[in-house]
Design a protein around this ligand. Sequence first.
Ligand SMILES: [Zn+2]
Length: 342
Amino acid sequence: MSSALQYPFTEPPAAGHRVQVAPGVYWLHFPLPFSLDHINLWLLEDGDGWTLVDTGFGSRATRDLWRAAFDSALDGRPIRRILVTHYHPDHIGQAAWLATHFQAPVWMTRGEWALTQRLQAASDQEVADGFRGLFGRHGLGEAELATLAGRGNGYRKVMPELPPTPVIIAEGDTVTINGDTWRVHIGRGHAPEHACLYRERDHLLISGDQVLPTISSNLTVRANLPDEDPVTEFVDSLRALRAALPADTLVLPAHGLPFRGLHQRIDDLCAHHDEQLDAAQAACDQRPLTAFDLLPVLFKRELDSHQLMFAMGESIAHLNCLHALGRVRREERDGCLYHIAV
Ligand SMILES: [Zn+2]
């Protein structure tokens, strides 16, 4: 699918070390405790210190790695500013701790800050009710619902502290870092207002999770906005990014290797979601289906309970998109939503 992409770097940096990927731009690689086993963070020279883009997972293990990296990866120089692409705990997890340690401001978008605050503040009961309300209505069985609901607020466990009130960035803003201008491009669908950063002078894009080289970013629907259509938001914002940025852009993603081939990758991602929509509609033409029924059509692999949560969100997202386009209609039976191809 991504054979046309070029990868100028074959290996990530070793733990606690940085690798230069462009003038003043360095790559850090931190582990994650999931099947997605790492995240890339980006360190930008900024006067006598650094601007850091994304911060690593909110775990004690990541904090220990950071302490060890202060002298090696950072050369003992301070972090002067922390830019967070979006609310996910592998990106924002250490923002509060690093901001306190270095007395550094956090910069992020209004939409990501609002969602971070809301998720962090939710009670265990509110989270459990949200799962039951949304996933129950979309066909998830009682045993799986009880497992998910029993976890309580999983976000707060890996995001124990809120960072200080951030400096707000928005679409089209420019951020000056070491005399260079970086422009903010907003992505949607994976997160409400995901910040990507583009350096015009050498066509460099820090893409966060908005554009990844080998996996398609998770798109999910949240319980408080059950009819959202993140598939359309994701595809539309990717097309806007494709129109705004040149084909030779070097993409620095949060997961996987830096690559060239932005336009091709965006075309592949949009085609992937078109195929998933077609497959979902065809399945709903055979018999009325819930989002849960649709999982084996959209996901060809076994799903553990962690992946089941993401897969349900993604399945609901594709059905919401088909519904918004008038390609399926809905019938409610026994409290569950069934989808019928139109
Ligand atoms: Zn993410």
